[in-house]
Every structure is written in structure tokens, then in C-alpha cells.
Design a binder for this molecule. Structure first.
Ligand SMILES: *Cc1c(COP(=O)(O)O)cnc(C)c1O
Length: 222
């Protein structure tokens, strides 16, 4: 597995060179992460708190750790001191817990709101009604220890390209709609996290600013 070569190959295909590549290193050993680090990667994505906790102290301090998976509220406290961006915020309760733990650590934590865009029930995320309910809650505007920087979504696992494109396009359109509205200062709609190994080219064509790529860099997971 030549991680550096894989990274170069992936980067060469990018439709948008400014799109941020988050290297998804879940299940992979530290020496794989170090190889990616040596090839210039600073953004790493993990989906399990325990694994993130084990890897974080072993890697250089300038790594930006992205929590990309479903996050349980009772585990936020472990990653709150150092996490760079939480992609999978899928409920108001979770957002409030992140705000609370960030405050304890005297910092603000950047988050993305995960929207449910796939056909599968199994995938997590807000629907638009839940989103509006949260925005209109009186306590929402007082969340001063989170920074909502954008949206995240996962497309249906399918080889129907039109379906994937439709879902990403829908997310982008919501993103644009939110950008045109007024929000408190801790909300800035600048990032759209969409696209993984199998669909990042479509995601970039549809306006992704951040792709989360694992297997195309590190090889398949068991
Ligand atoms: C595992 C994972 C990825 C990366 O998947 P690949 O298909 O290996 O690129 C991206 N996003 C999330 C949320 C994941 O859990």
C-alpha cells in the first residue's frame, strides 16, 4: 500500500483543487497515519471516540482531528479539548452538549450539521423541519461555544450516479438557501462536507468544499 502515491492519484483527479481532503484513517494503524502526515496531510478523520483518543496523543500536535461519525452525547467530553471539527452533529441535544463541553474547555468547537439526504433510513441526520425547529428555539442564539460552519451529508450507497448527484444537489441548494438568511454570529455557512472514496468527484461537481476519503488512500477496511 503506497499511501503517498494514492494521495497523489486522488489529488490529481480533484475537480476543485481548493476542496479540503480529510484523510479518513479509521481502523488504520498509526504508521499509516504517519505516512500520510509525511506526505503533507494534516486533516485526519476518525469515526470512533475511543480510537481517536488513542491516536491523538501519538500524532504531531498540528494534526487537525475531524470527528466524522455518529457521536454519542456522553462521549463529547473526551474529545472536546482538542477536536478540530465535528462533522456529524445530527441533533439539537448533541449540539447543546458540544457547546457545554467546549465552554468547560474555554474554547469554541467548530461543527457541521449533518443532514439526512440518503434513501436509507439507517443514515443519521436532521431533516429540514428539525433544523427549523432548532433555529427558532430561544436558546439556540445563545450557543456561544460552538461555531456552526456548514453542512455535511452522506449520499445513498448506490451506483446510480443520478441518485447520488440529486442528493448532493439538494444539500447544496439547502446550503445556499441558509447562506441567504440571517443567523447569529456563531453561524457561518462556509463549508459543505460531502463526498467519500466512491462519490467525491460527483460531490465536487455539486459544490463540495470538503471530502472525506478513506479507502482510496489507505486501502479497503476489513
Ligand atoms: C468511513 C467514512 C468515510 C470514508 O469512506 P471511504 O469510502 O473509505 O472513503 C467518509 N465519511 C464517513 C462519515 C465515514 O464514516
Amino acid at each position: 500500500m503506497d499511501i503517498k502515491a494514492n494521495l497523489q492519484k486522488v489529488k490529481k483527479t480533484f475537480k476543485n483543487p481548493d476542496c479540503l481532503l480529510v484523510a479518513v484513517s479509521k481502523t488504520k494503524p498509526l504508521h499509516n497515519l504517519r505516512e500520510a502526515y509525511d506526505a503533507g496531510i494534516r486533516d485526519f478523520g476518525e469515526n470512533k471516540v475511543q480510537e481517536l483518543q488513542a491516536k491523538q496523543p501519538e500524532m504531531p500536535a498540528d494534526v487537525r482531528w475531524h470527528m466524522i461519525g455518529h457521536l454519542q452525547r456522553n462521549k463529547v467530553k473526551y474529545i472536546a479539548p482538542y477536536v478540530y471539527l465535528i462533522h456529524g452533529v445530527d441533533s439539537y441535544k448533541l449540539l447543546k452538549e458540544i457547546n457545554k463541553q467546549a465552554e468547560k474547555n474555554d474554547r469554541a468547537i467548530k461543527v457541521l450539521l449533518q443532514m439526512h439526504i440518503a434513501e436509507e433510513e439507517s443514515k443519521f441526520g436532521f431533516d429540514q423541519q428539525e433544523l427549523e425547529e432548532m433555529f427558532s428555539d430561544s436558546a439556540f442564539s445563545k450557543l456561544n461555544h460552538v461555531q456552526i460552519v456548514g453542512l455535511m451529508g452522506m449520499a445513498t450507497f448506490t451506483d446510480r450516479e443520478d441518485q447520488i448527484r440529486k442528493e448532493f444537489r439538494g444539500l447544496k441548494s439547502l446550503f445556499e438557501q441558509l447562506r441567504s438568511r440571517d443567523f447569529p454570529p456563531f453561524v457561518q455557512w462556509s463549508e459543505l462536507s460531502m463526498g467519500m472514496s466512491g462519490d467525491y468527484l460527483i460531490a465536487q461537481e455539486e459544490g463540495s468544499t470538503m471530502v472525506r476519503i478513506g479507502s482510496a488512500i489507505f486501502g479497503s477496511r476489513n
